[in-house]
Design a protein around this ligand. Sequence first.
Ligand code: FES
Ligand code: FES
Length: 169
Amino acid sequence: MQATLTSVAAQAVTLKVNRTEVVAQAALTDTLLSTLRSDLGLTAAKRGCNQGVCGGCTVMVDGKTARACLTLTQNCGSSEITTLEGLREDPVMNALQHAFAHEGGFQCGFCTPGMLISAYSLLRGTPDPTDQDVRANLSGNLCRCTGYASIISAIRAAAAALKSAGGSQ
Ligand code: FES
Ligand code: FES
């Protein structure tokens, strides 16, 4: 019994989250989503399905989108983690947020942080995406409210705004 308790006990892990080093306590089975939300107070990533399906928990790990609910905190010790909170000053994210608001790209807003991170990843790599690019990129992000058309319009509008402003930087 004691061995079991010891094996799930939290251990310190140093994470780099939004360009800042933080020390979190995490058991081997703790997910990055629970660490971000419960331990670090970063609640933009949402717990929807908690099994890798809905995309509500999407964050960036080493520059790529990742499901925080499927990522173990103890495996992130050497990774750069970026959440929506870390992109407040980012011009690409700002353009996306403005376009989502302008185009009605959200209703309840639960899926929006994950959508924004996925869209951000798309525009960083593909500054001038086609409709098909946008649809493919959002295939792992579920929205129960909008029907997706306004989200796709918002991402295309953000891309156009960034292009006319001189690129996605
Ligand atoms: S909460 Fe992670 S994919 Fe749904
Ligand atoms: S805006 Fe409600 S789930 Fe997408």
